[in-house]
Design a protein around this ligand. Structure first.
Ligand SMILES: Cc1ncc(COP(=O)(O)O)c(C=O)c1O
Length: 409
């Protein structure tokens, strides 16, 4: 943590001064952290024919996507909007994989028209693509029945998951592909998000590699994203060097048996951006309640939904008094729901020992770069925050603050 004169700093700039310059609530991203994470992952996969796709759902700001393009990454997109954002960020269409889930026919057509490869996740979608685009190359998402993730909502493998084609239905996939002369260029999986146990990845990777044996002429295998980051101090960071090496070794052995040097793809989102992002909010009121000291701020789950939605923990810092006398406090948002507290778990409010907050102070919520702004909403007709990117001690506005005139129609 970067602290100067008891002030919390992001990329060399005081958080409070960022709020003074750009207003609050404000998302701030530290570009250096993104690039460090990107380079770590690129270096970790020793198998040479590899590609890292940035799963841009984690943060779809075009300027952030450009950073990952500069780092040599490609894109996993899940909607026409994300495909559009990727093209706007300068990615070539052939470097974008369009992973669909319950997409409309029009959405699939949009992807095909833009020249991106479609990653189908149901037999009916596969049939649709075959009937309308016989002979096309595509990717097929498989559900390997391996379950992992930080919360039920983000577990995307296993029998309860709506994602992918069950790995037992491979014969049907091949039949439909044959019927429509489709080329299955790759198979794909994504088992869940926020995974901190490397063995879960390896388990799913082995199931997918077993499934891959049933397909001839594959060009790539995409193992999805899901690498977690520690949100709590006691959580252990996943050793991506060790994981990358293990994946590379398994993959190399598979390629030898398959007699082709396929491309190895992974598509992380959270790992690349989570720790680079901060949500800065200003304290608007303080209330001494019977059970809690409520520190009210000018933001809420409309801007960072993870605590309210999953009971997620985010570290919180008193940005203009990092070290001070600590009291137990609850940080609350400004929305009309009791669940709108940033210090909570799934059961309810969990007070934290933090330096005493007063009106006008700045609250910094850490690890907010992934699934923060990209999951923001317009609930209570409150505009979404501005976004700022910090690099080499300079801050640049990368998304203007919305106005109520823009959001109310
Ligand atoms: C298909 C797919 N790929 C990649 C990801 C990225 O996951 P993470 O941000 O956990 O790396 C997701 C997240 O939900 C996903 O659905």
């Amino acid at each position: 943590m970067e602290v100067r004169d008891n002030n919390f700093c992001i990329g060399g700039i005081g958080a409070k001064s960022l709020v003074e310059e750009f207003g609050s609530p404000l998302y701030v991203y530290d570009e250096e952290i993104m690039r460090t994470r990107a380079r770590e992952l690129v270096g970790a996969i020793t198998y040479p024919n590899r590609e890292i796709k940035y799963a841009c759902k984690a943060n779809t700001n075009v300027e952030i996507m450009k950073v990952f393009r500069e780092e040599g990454m490609s894109i996993d997109a899940v909607s026409p909007g994300e495909v559009y954002a990727a093209l706007k960020a300068g990615f070539d269409s052939d470097s974008i994989l369009f992973t669909t889930n319950n997409a409309t026919h029009e959405e699939i057509e949009y992807g095909v028209r833009k020249g991106v490869m479609v990653n189908v996740d149901s037999l009916s979608q596969l049939r649709f693509v075959g009937e309308h685009h016989p002979g096309i190359e595509l990717c097929v998402r498989i559900n390997p029945h391996v379950i992992a993730g930080h919360h039920d909502h983000v577990i995307t493998g296993g029998p309860e998951s709506k994602f992918g084609i069950d790995y037992t239905q491979v014969d049907r996939v091949k039949e439909i592909a044959r019927e429509h002369r489709l080329t299955i260029a790759g198979i794909h999986q994504h088992i869940g998000s926020g995974i901190l146990q490397p063995e879960k990845f390896m388990e799913a990777i082995n199931v997918l590699l077993d499934t891959a044996k049933h397909f001839e002429g594959l060009s790539f295998i995409d193992f999805g994203g899901g690498i977690g980051v520690p949100y709590r101090e006691e959580e252990e960071r996943i050793d991506v060097q060790v994981l990358g090496l293990k994946i590379s070794e398994e993959f190399e052995a598979f390629c030898r048996a398959y007699e082709s040097d396929l491309k190895l793809i992974i598509e992380p989102g959270r790992y690349l951006v989570a720790e680079s992002g901060y949500l800065l909010a200003t304290v608007t009121s303080v209330k001494e309640g019977q059970r809690h000291r409520f520190v009210g701020v000018n933001s809420g789950f409309n801007h960072l939904v993870r605590p309210a939605m999953y009971g997620s923990y985010h570290p919180i810092v008193h940005a203009n008094c990092v070290e001070g006398d600590r009291v137990r406090q609850a940080i609350a948002g400004n929305l009309c729901e009791s669940g709108d507290t940033f210090t909570r778990d799934e059961q309810g409010i969990v007070d934290r020992d933090l330096p005493l907050f007063n009106e006008g102070d700045v609250v910094a919520i850490l690890n907010a770069g992934a699934y923060g702004f990209s999951m923001a909403s317009l609930y209570n007709s409150r505009p979404r925050p501005a976004e700022v990117l910090v690099r080499d001690g300079e801050a640049r506005l990368i998304r203007k603050r919305e106005t109520i005139e823009q959001i109310v129609n």
